[in-house]
Write a protein that binds this ligand. Structure first.
Ligand code: PLP
Ligand code: ZN
Length: 425
């Protein structure tokens, strides 16, 4: 099976260009990477993966950020605003409170547009330039549109984004808007937006930059590479587990691919691969359902709801790549309530780390799995926080303290300070 951890290095097909090609994960058909626009397999419609003749070792990486890992990417450089190289924060209070050996927060909100989507776009928009396409497009719960608008404008290209009307956080729309995307608000949910934009792409109207695009996931692999390098530097060992929020499951697929390539390169022992642990909101948990039922396919949820709007997704397109990742690494998936997500958002804020609701799902999930005993107290864990607090100012304000009105004199301020504060918690 091509997606197993122990798979041999692939033979190099004739279609390879400079040692890079696309391969169908279902039927194994191979395609030249840059000769035509293609998102899925021509033969069977399966998802495609980028494959390499040469896989790099840790020694091959140099520089900072996503392009430090150029030897693991399909291009030598892309359209960049210095994405990646995000912090791997220590959180001693939260670590003790949850009760694990070590807990680190990989804060992807510290990317240029405030989410990990930048890592995918620097590669994906770079490939779009290579292919010579005109308009770029995506469906988005918000962050993909912000990143696409920014990277598209940096690359001098036209961008189109389809958003579910009324379900995108304010900061994200503001970004897409100012970076000059054409914004279409669709009277439907994210999954409906993605259906439409896929049809537009197939009709040749635009180049698709959702995570169905295999090149985007290559950029997102670098999250895993940075986490591993950070843990190796600090603990002389890779993490036992990586916990991450799951929407379309692009990151889950990308991290798994990063680990498979390290195993194939002889850089990582198969038994040491971190357990990939996905977290969804209870109201949008089709991947959790599939993992719990041991199903090979994910059932599409037509009605999804959660205040974590970035993961309000009922049809995770990368499930065929991500489910093997969760299983083969010995990981799991768990659903958490919106209340638990908000509590985790406050916990992180209490350590000085500001994240949007979807991001906090990772910490909420870890807490739940630790309480259940699925996660052991001797584990070293990395939680991924995917987006910045300022992405969703309304959620932050609702979760935080209420401002108190005071008169414009010191006595009035002192009187208010002397009274019981009334935080909204
Ligand atoms: C896109 C996004 C996710 C979902 O990531 P997938 O790779 O689609 O699973 C989670 N959190 C935030 C903040 C996002 O922007
Ligand atoms: Zn195929």
């Amino acid at each position: 099976m091509s997606l197993s951890l122990s798979a041999d290095r692939p033979a190099i097909p004739a279609v390879a260009d400079d040692g890079v090609w696309l391969e169908c994960i279902e039927c194994g058909e191979t395609f030249a990477p840059f000769d035509a626009v293609r998102y899925t397999c021509d033969e069977c419609g399966g998802l495609l993966e980028v494959r390499y003749a040469d896989l790099p070792t840790f020694d091959d990486f140099e520089g900072q950020g996503v392009w430090r890992y150029a030897d693991a990417l399909p291009l030598a450089d892309g359209v960049t605003t210095q994405e990646g190289a995000t912090p791997l924060y220590e959180v001693p209070r939260l670590e003790a409170d949850i009760g694990v050996e070590a807990l680190r927060i990989k804060h992807e909100g510290m990317n240029p547009t405030g989410s990990f989507k930048d890592r995918g776009m620097t590669v994906g928009v770079g490939v779009a330039k290579e292919l010579g396409v005109g308009r770029l497009a995506c469906a988005s719960t918000g962050n993909t549109s912000a990143a696409l608008a920014a990277y598209g404008s940096r690359g001098g290209m036209e961008t189109l984004v389809l958003l579910p009307a009324g379900k995108v956080a304010a900061g994200k729309i503001a970004q897409a808007s100012l970076h000059g995307a054409r914004i279409l608000e669709v009277d439907g949910n994210f999954d409906a937006c993605l259906d439409i934009v896929q049809e537009l792409a197939e009709a040749g109207e635009a180049y698709l930059l959702n995570s169905l695009n295999p090149f985007r996931l290559e950029g997102q692999k670098t999250i895993g590479l940075e986490i591993l390098e950070g843990f190796l530097a600090d603990y002389d060992a890779v993490p036992d587990r990586i916990v991450l929020p799951v929407g379309n499951a692009g990151n889950t697929a990308a991290l798994y691919k990063a680990f498979r390539e390290l195993v194939q390169a002889g850089e990582l022992d198969e038994d040491d691969v971190p357990k990939l642990t996905g977290v969804q909101a209870e109201g949008a948990a089709p991947m959790v359902e599939a993992v719990e039922n041991g199903a090979d396919e994910v059932r599409r949820w037509d009605d999804v709801e959660t205040r974590a709007t970035a993961i309000r997704i009922g049809n995770p397109v990368n499930a065929p790549k991500a489910l093997p990742g969760i299983r083969e690494t010995g990981g799991t998936a768990v659903a958490v309530s919106d209340e638990a997500i908000t509590d985790a958002q406050r916990d992180l804020a209490g350590e000085g780390i500001g994240v949007e609701p979807a991001s906090a799902a990772s910490v909420a999930g870890l807490r739940k799995l630790r309480a259940e005993g699925t996660v052991d107290d001797d584990e070293r864990v990395a939680c991924l926080t995917t987006g910045h607090l300022l992405k969703d100012p309304d959620a932050a304000a609702a979760a935080g303290n209420d401002p108190e009105p005071v008169p414009a004199d010191t006595e009035g301020v002192l009187a208010t300070l002397a009274s019981e504060s009334s935080p909204d918690r």
